[in-house]
Design a protein around this ligand. Structure first.
Ligand code: PMT
Length: 399
């Protein structure tokens, strides 16, 4: 973190007091820190504390009334290596989503040239409200990294989800982002599968699953950040990713995913298969909408190709293959069978029995088993940190 420039945006929530600790942690790591407060944040943390701990003047208004100078939001945007908004209130969140710009912090967010990381904090009902969920999802789509709120005692006296993540967790996310310039996968060609597959039944219906694509997209982002050239083959998802080293190929069915993988695998050094591929598809696809007739409807299914299995069969000695295993029972036993049968180097296990792991959520709890019989388990973490763990493990494995 030495010399990294961290811009901290502080909004008006009770958790703002914890930011004093975050500033201390960042300074101890050798980072440069500047703070911007919204006008209401000054009710929760004094600008004097923020400026004394950071060693820099604090920006609050566009104008410094004393000397007539102005706080230039564009310069803040150019200065920062990362912009961290913590705590993020529901109010500022909704303004960010809508591109509102009625204070210095929001103008700076819109001018930002680099990543914005946010740590929301609010009462549990506010955090659970559909509009909050919608706004957080939109921020993620806009490329903002969201550190999910913790569960626990809240300032209101209630208990539940909504507490700002601890300063140590926020520090970890900042370190993760700022430390990503080591290019240790520079020039490596990787194919990644992500998301669900949709197996069409008729023009309006399909068989699918709950995969959001988040895990696969985070892995793709991590490879790109570390210098790799990535082909990301994804089933239907709301996510987007742009990078000049990325070839993003959107498919719907398992057969389409297989066909893309077959085109690129021989050119790749690595494959990471995080997609939740439907094991079966309808034998016949109706050309017209299936009409409601009798009480029962039987749909005949046929087996889909196993894409990972195909890649394992073709794998050369200088290629590395990572599969995922999503299980509800006998996790290690089933994963071991897949590791061997599909000729994998590593398998990443996640279980739907672990809360916060698997489909849809922003976090995951994984264990990695490799074909040298090593097993390592990790804590529940944001999927971005999980992606980093997978790449770090892979780097050590390849040697
Ligand atoms: O997308 P998210 O919402 O972020 O959720 C992430 C995830 C839960 C989907 C991800 O972490 C995960 O576990 N992906 C694999 C899900 C799965 O289908 O597991 P499986 O045990 O059924 O399959 C084993 C492996 O074979 C997987 O690597 C899978 O991609 C691959 N496979 C399976 C069947 C098939 N026909 N072709 C395949 O390539």
């Amino acid at each position: 973190m030495r010399g990294k420039r961290i811009l901290l945006g502080i909004t008006g929530g009770i958790a703002a007091y914890k930011i004093a600790f975050l500033i201390r942690l960042l300074k101890k790591q050798g980072a440069e820190v500047k703070c911007i407060l919204t006008p209401s944040a000054v009710d929760f943390i004094s600008p004097l504390i923020a400026s004394t701990l950071s060693g820099n003047p604090v920006g609050i208004e566009f104008w410094n009334k004393d000397d007539g100078s102005w706080n230039n939001h564009v310069e803040y945007g150019l200065w920062a290596d990362v912009f961290v908004i913590a705590p993020l209130t529901a109010n500022t969140m909704s303004k960010m989503v809508n591109g509102s710009c009625d204070n210095l912090l929001l103008a700076t967010y819109l001018s930002m040239k680099t990543k914005t990381i946010v740590a929301p904090a609010m009462d549990l009902d506010m955090y659970a409200h559909p509009s909050t969920k919608r706004n957080l999802a939109q921020l993620e789509l806009d490329g903002v990294e969201v550190i999910p709120a913790d569960s626990g005692e809240l300032a209101s006296g209630l208990e539940g989800e909504g507490r700002m993540a601890e300063p140590e967790t926020i520090l970890e996310a900042i370190e993760l982002f700022t430390g990503k310039s080591n290019n240790d996968f520079l020039g490596t060609k990787v194919v990644i599968t992500a998301g669900p597959t949709y197996e069409q039944l008729d023009p309006v219906r399909f068989i699918g699953n709950h995969s959001s694509g988040k895990m696969g997209f985070k892995i793709a982002q991590e490879f790109l950040d570390r210098g790799a050239k990535v082909t990301l083959v994804t089933g239907p998802t709301k996510l987007t990713l742009e990078n000049d080293q990325l070839d993003l190929i959107k498919i719907r069915s398992a057969e389409q995913m297989l066909s893309v993988v077959q085109n690129v695998w021989s050119e790749c050094d690595l494959g990471v298969f995080a997609a939740a591929v439907a094991d079966y598809r309808p034998k016949n696809q109706a050309t017209e909408k299936i009409k409601k007739k009798s009480d029962d409807l039987t749909i005949e299914l046929v087996k889909n190709p196993d894409i990972l299995n195909w890649a394992g069969e073709q794998k050369r000695d200088n290629q590395y293959l990572v599969g995922f295993a999503l299980e509800t029972e006998n996790l290690k036993e089933n994963a071991t069978k897949k590791l061997i049968k599909k000729n994998l180097n590593m398998i990443v296990m996640n279980s739907l029995k672990d809360s916060g792991a698997g489909f849809g959520v922003d976090t995951n709890k994984i264990s990695i088993l490799d074909n040298r019989n090593n097993l390592q388990s990790f804590e529940l973490k944001p999927k971005e940190a999980v992606a980093k763990d997978i790449l770090d493990y892979l780097k050590t494995y390849i040697g």
